[in-house]
Design a protein around this ligand. Structure first.
Ligand SMILES: [Zn+2]
Ligand SMILES: [Zn+2]
Length: 285
């Protein structure tokens, strides 16, 4: 027996966790919500794979979702899948259901408790590099400021009562972190086809070269150092094997908004302008 009634934008694990709490069951394990990318089986494995390999990810779902025919809905609306798809990431190392997921925005907590009678975790807060809420601009909490319980040990059903005191704890964030959170939140609304990986690479790395060309000219390590100081993570450079998290950061550094990124992928006027701008910057053409 399970209860699964996800709320708007709710992360899959959060909805399952709330259901377990209602039933008095113990905490979730990873396998309850792990949606596993299936590795490619080589060229010519299936129709459409012949020339370039398949261009979309395939997943294995927990039994609970497949038997209820809700896999597609869960994937699209309650995981990081739209983000990985928008960025053209289709390989077996993508992570659409991170195992670390419990972060709470005090503003969302208050509002959600008022509207839905419960606090829940939003998918847009789940990526490791997201530190503030894209809607409220508030720092995400990993410890409940009311009862001092770490959020990863806190019953979601008890956050409602605790959240009533959060209104006195608001702390504004810097605009860089906020713009990044909006970039993630907007790409999580993406429901189109995945661009080819090389298209995404081109849009992202050309934008970075255009924007930071001078800095990179003076210091090869400018981008990795910048990312280290802003996000606290190491980006191997250059590499074809960026983690989802690092690739998303690079996409943001280059494009800044989801709209700009998607225009570079789908709008030929915008992408050819970028090509021209790059040429004139590097060759004076
Ligand atoms: Zn919020
Ligand atoms: Zn609490």
């Amino acid at each position: 027996m399970k209860i699964f009634t996800p709320l708007p934008g709710e992360y899959v694990a959060s909805a399952l966790q709330r259901g377990n709490e209602m039933l008095g069951l113990k905490d979730l394990t990873r396998k309850d919500f792990y949606i596993k990318p299936v590795p490619r089986k080589g060229y010519g494995y299936a129709l459409g794979d012949k020339y370039e390999g398949r261009n979309h990810a395939i997943f294995q779902f927990p039994h609970f979702f497949t038997e209820r025919h809700m896999s597609g809905e869960v994937l699209q609306n309650h995981t990081l899948y739209p983000l990985t798809t928008a960025l053209g990431r289709t390989r077996a190392d993508i992570v659409v259901t991170p195992v670390v997921w419990r972060k709470i925005c005090p503003g969302c907590a208050l509002e959600n408790f008022e509207s839905y009678g419960t606090v829940y975790v939003h998918s847009r807060h789940v990526p490791a590099s997201v530190r503030v809420c894209s809607v409220h601009g508030l720092k995400l909490m990993d410890t409940c400021t009311t009862c001092s319980t770490p959020i990863n040990k806190h019953q979601l059903s008890k956050l409602g009562v605790c959240s009533r005191k959060y209104q006195f704890m608001f702390e504004e964030s810097d605009s860089f972190s906020l713009t990044y959170s909006k970039f993630i939140a907007d790409l999580l609304k993406y429901d189109g086809p995945p661009p080819r990986a090389h298209q995404a690479d081109w849009a992202i790395f050309s934008s970075i070269r255009l924007k930071y060309g001078n800095e990179i000219k003076q210091d090869d390590e400018f981008i990795p150092n910048f990312i280290k100081s802003e996000f606290g993570v190491d980006v191997k450079h250059p590499a074809r094997t960026y983690s989802d998290n690092n690739y998303t950061i690079l996409a943001f550094l280059g494009c800044e908004t989801a709209e700009r990124y998607l225009n570079l992928i789908f709008n030929t006027t915008e992408s050819s302008r970028l090509g021209k701008d790059l040429k004139s910057l590097y060759y004076g053409l």
